[in-house]
Design a protein around this ligand. Structure first.
Ligand code: HEM
Length: 458
């Protein structure tokens, strides 16, 4: 059994210049290994005080008990604003609360059931695109997750001309400006101007123009009574229970941009790591392929999709996906800012200090999880895991700013994995991946897998 790959860790003490240089490269390898045990860490940098909280009580304080006192960091917003405008991911206070009131109904349980056939179609299309031989798993899973988003949000597959242009636009934008590439966390003084490259501005403008086209067309279809009953229609026709207002087209463009970004980058990262973990744990993979026999009547029987309840027949696949999210949370760190003087474990935290909650370190916290760095999906069947998860499982964050798409992502991830494992066997190919934090946790060296079709009924 292979130990899942970890990033390199820096020594406990390094000179400031080296620390900053490492920060620029990747935030995971900047962290010392002792943070898997430490309850808290304080970084004092020339322009900023930064605290990472690794203790469940402090994490709960920041995310759940007093989130209003720890708003989203303005620094993170800077890097993302070009593309995301005033989207729910970046706003704070009353604007954020209003946006959530209008978005949340689209993701509640009943709606999730209605989007399930679109997820099923995307899973089948993903399987149809795979062929025997080496597979770039990250690219394939990005394609799959983007397809899910287009189908559920706008009722079009990724082959649709505008959808394909948005998808390629996102990739070009990230190449031009790695969105979360810790310009966001790097403590530049506030007076220093932020530079976005010309190409980054152009790609962001291009994507937003395409999304505006899709959103305006949908607004017209809603007005004419011809709109399909999908997530975009639901969000655009929801009125704020407090004000009675709907999103206007401009505000909807911001929200669609975050659904594409948050919805496909994260799921793609999780699915690619899940396939890698299963490739390196062949016995688990065989168990899940056997479990996925529950899908056979639909895989063999033509076009109709199974009902949402099929997920209850895939508990081990769900546990493997959960375990993947524990080890490789796609959003590795959540960045907040203290808005007033605080004290953490007796140490003063000044207003403006950066407060980091790290799903990466909590998921591997040696005080919480037994064998924290091992891939052991069966731990999720043990009742003790419930308490460990309450303290140390944060892939979707927690509290009022919890991911709106958590239920959606769990359904999509389990379904796509089950369909792929029923159709194919995956084996590692080439060097082991090295986790690095880009916008999401990706491999610095890619994730290549060898794909072999399974015979029918295996
Ligand atoms: C495995 C997949 C996913 C993971 C791991 C994930 C993780 C997260 C995390 C950690 C946050 C909180 C970030 C922070 O507070 O700094 C977040 C927020 C968000 N996610 Fe997800 N996400 C996933 C999929 C999705 C999907 C499929 C959608 C929508 C279709 C979505 C939409 C959002 C939105 C709109 C927010 C902002 C919520 C707010 O600030 O109130 N996510 N996600």
């Amino acid at each position: 059994m292979t130990r899942p790959p970890m990033p390199d860790h820096r020594p406990d003490r390094v000179p400031l210049w080296r620390h900053l240089a490492m920060f620029r490269r990747d935030i995971l390898s900047t962290q010392p290994a002792k943070l898997y045990r430490a309850r808290m860490a304080e970084f004092r940098l020339p322009f900023l005080r930064s605290f990472m909280v690794n203790e469940p009580d402090l994490v709960r304080l920041v995310l759940q008990e007093r989130p209003q006192d720890f708003p989203k960091s303005a620094r993170v917003a800077e890097g993302l604003r070009l593309l995301l405008g005033n989207s729910v991911f970046l706003t704070n206070g009353a604007t954020w609360a209003r946006q959530r009131r209008m978005i949340d109904p689209a993701f509640e349980g009943g709606r999730l059931r209605q989007t399930f056939p679109a997820m099923w179609d995307a899973a089948l299309s993903t399987a149809a695109r795979l062929s025997p031989g080496p597979l770039d798993a990250e690219a394939a899973m990005s394609h799959a997750a983007a397809d899910v988003i287009f189908r559920t949000l706008f009722s079009v597959p990724i082959e649709d001309a505008t959808a394909a242009r948005v998808y390629h636009g996102f990739r070009a934008h990230q190449a031009a400006q790695p969105l979360m590439n810790l310009g966001a966390l790097l403590p530049l003084p506030r007076w220093m101007p932020r530079f976005h490259t010309r190409r980054a501005r152009a790609t962001a403008r291009h994507i937003r123009a395409l999304i505006t086209e899709m959103t305006a067309a949908r607004a017209q279809a809603i007005a004419e009574g011809t709109a399909p009953d999908d997530l975009a229609t639901k969000i655009m026709t929801t009125t704020d229970p407090e004000t009675g207002a709907r999103f206007d087209t401009a505000e909807m463009v911001d929200q669609v941009a975050i659904f594409f970004l948050a919805g496909h980058e994260t799921s793609a990262s999780a699915l690619a790591w899940a396939l890698y973990l299963l490739a390196t744990h062949p016995q688990v993979q065989e168990d899940l392929a056997a479990e996925a026999a529950a899908l056979d009547p639909w895989l063999q029987g033509g076009t109709a999709a199974p009902g949402f309840s099929i997920l209850s027949k895939l508990p081990r696949t769900r546990d493997a996906f959960r375990e993947t999210l524990r080890l490789y949370p796609p959003v590795p760190m959540l960045v907040r800012e203290a808005s007033r003087p605080e004290a953490f474990r007796g140490r003063p935290v000044p207003p403006g200090a950066q407060v980091i909650v790290s799903p990466w370190h909590m998921g591997r916290n040696e005080r919480i999880w037994p064998d924290p760095h091992d891939f052991r999906p069966t731990r999720w069947a043990d009742p003790a895991t419930r308490a460990q998860a309450r303290d140390g499982y944060l892939p979707f964050s927690a509290g009022p700013r919890v991911c709106t798409g958590a239920g959606f992502a769990m359904a999509e991830g389990v379904l796509i994995l089950a369909v792929l494992l029923r159709r194919f066997r995956f084996a590692p190919h080439g060097p082991a991946p090295v986790p690095v934090a880009h916008l999401t946790v990706r491999s610095g060296t890619g994730i290549t897998l060898e794909v072999t079709p399974r015979g029918s009924g295996q």
